[in-house]
Each structure stands twice: as C-alpha cells, then as structure tokens.
Design a protein around this ligand. Structure first.
Ligand code: PMP
Length: 293
C-alpha cells in the first residue's frame, strides 16, 4: 500500500511536499529580499499566539505596501491544512509573502501579485528543556543591520553572518550591540537582563523586532507582579546583571549564563529565569495543552 507524501508546503494556491516546492527565479523575495515572513510555533497541532502573528504580519505587509488579498480566515485555513498534511504535531509554521514575480527592476512592478508561501516543519520543542536547565552562552557583535529591523523582512544577511560567527565560536546566539554600547537584541531572539528582581528589555523602536514571545513575557511577568522596564541597557550592564535571558518563538525562554565568555551572575540559570520559564510553560499549556517532558 502506498503512503501519500506529506504535504507540508503551500505556494501560490498549491499544496505539495516541501521538496517539490519552488518559486520562479524572478520572485522579488529572491532578487531583492522584497518580502516579509512569520514563524509560528505549532504545539499539539495547535498554533501558539496565532492572532498576534497575524497582526504583526499585517503591519509588516502594510509597512512595505504589499497588497496581500487573503483574509485572516483564509490564512488560518491554509495553515491548518498544512499542519494536518504534515502529520506532525509539534513544528514551525513558516509564512512568507513576497511582492511576487516581475522582470528585474528595483521599483515596484505596475501590477503586483503577492506570492504567499507557507511550510510546516517538524520541530522538537522538548530539546529546549535541557538548554533551559543548563542555560546558553551568547557573544556580542556590532549591529550592522539596516535601520528598520522592526519590519520582519527576509533581509537577514547580517543576522545570518552574526549567528554563524556565534555558532562557530560555540555560542547559542549573537547579541547585536549599537555603537553607543546598547544591547539591541539577538540574531533571532530578544534580549533581557534581570537586576534587583526587575526585568529589563530594549524598548520597541526601529532597532528591534517586536517579538511575539517578548510581548507575551512582558504580560506574563507583570501579571505575576514581576516588574518589567522597557529601557535600553548596555553590554556592561548585561555582563554585570544578576541574570540574563532570551526569548523567541523557537526558544520561548532560555537563561543566558555567559556573555563573551564572562559568567552572568554565578554562571548558572537564576531564580527569576526559572520562575518566568514556568509562567511561559503554563501559558503554552493553556493555549495548546502542550507540556515539556
Ligand atoms: N529578534 C529577531 C531579529 C528575530 O529574528 C526574532 C525571531 N523571529 C525575534 C527577535 C523573536 O521574535 P518572536 O518572539 O516573534 O519569535
């Protein structure tokens, strides 16, 4: 009996196996990084924080004047069909919308047909439990990105190079540092420190991505009476902090135990990170029924 191929990709109205999914060579996402994207966690077959991801995607589309005609309901239907088609219960749903294909020319084409692409890939969120217990290390790197990194575009070359440098040096993440010494965020995560029981993270601005996990952690912490300050902190502040941590869709909360080889606090995950991790785990469970083993 033949088993049907999992269909975990969607491009321009068609569902297919990921290895059969392609885009035309003149897609503007490929030519110019003229495209936006989202990454959503799927746990127990359910999408985490889906409305927040949709809302951010709409904001990014309008910032770049990409006229996607799909409704939220239509996007949700495609996402759910892909999740079912992938036969995975835990994974990452990737959405990308480019300004479509056109003869190569920097200015927008006269008529734009945005290209919607989605994939659903298996992802093991259980692996994060070990990293949460041990903590991870980060290294600092100068922020050489463009000035509108609050828009989630596929223009990620500076992030790619930073994360590669970090990985090659044995670190989990690179933290982008501005010329004035301010820590902005990680290559694919938001950055936090804890001082005197208060959480600090960079305020929303053109210099950081408004992370969905960041927003969620701020709400959860405040609801649990843990004070949160959205204000810049320096690399020296971070190195001298009681604790540090990072957040993202793929790493909902990981303690940072060393920065540039220097231990943060006593070099092991601290009590505030542990408390926050349990708040995040409860929220994930509330939305999806998922628990780490
Ligand atoms: N900053 C950057 C640069 C990122 O790429 C990401 C992940 N997309 C984040 C922060 C975290 O965002 P989120 O919590 O929405 O995954």
């Amino acid at each position: 009996m033949s088993v049907p191929m999992p269909q975990h990709a969607y491009v321009d109205g068609q569902y297919m196996a990921i290895r059969d999914a392609t885009v035309p060579i003149e897609d503007r996402g490929l030519q110019f990084a003229d495209s936006i994207y989202e990454v959503c966690a799927v746990l127990n077959g359910r999408l985490l924080d889906w409305p927040a991801h949709l809302q951010r995607m709409r904001r990014n589309l309008s910032a770049l004047f990409i006229p996607l005609s799909h409704s939220d309901a239509a996007l949700g239907q495609i996402a759910r069909r892909l999740i079912a088609g992938s036969r995975a219960t835990d994974g990452l749903l990737y959405i990308q919308v480019s300004r479509g294909s056109a003869r190569r020319d920097h200015g927008f084409p006269g008529v734009v047909h945005p290209r919607l692409m989605m994939t659903m890939r298996r992802f093991d969120f259980h692996q994060r439990a070990g990293q949460q217990a041990r903590g991870v290390s980060v290294m600092s790197i100068p922020d050489q990105r463009w000035g509108r990194v609050d828009i989630k575009t596929t223009n990620l070359l500076a992030n790619v190079l930073a994360k590669q440098d970090a990985r090659a040096a044995g670190h989990f993440e690179a933290w982008f540092v501005a010329e004035d010494g301010t820590v902005r965020e990680g290559g694919s995560t938001n950055a936090w420190i804890v001082r005197g029981g208060t959480l600090h993270t960079h305020p929303l601005s053109a210099h950081i991505l408004p992370g969905i996990a960041r927003d969620s952690l701020i709400r959860l912490a405040r609801a649990a009476q843990i004070p949160v300050v959205e204000a810049p902190f320096s690399l020296d502040d971070a190195k001298g902090a009681d604790e540090a941590l990072l957040t993202s869709t793929t790493a909902p909360l990981l303690p940072v135990v060393s920065i540039d080889g220097q231990p943060v606090g006593n070099g092991t995950p601290g009590p505030v990170a542990a408390r926050l991790a349990s708040l995040v785990a409860d929220e994930i469970h509330r939305q999806t029924g998922w628990r780490s083993r």
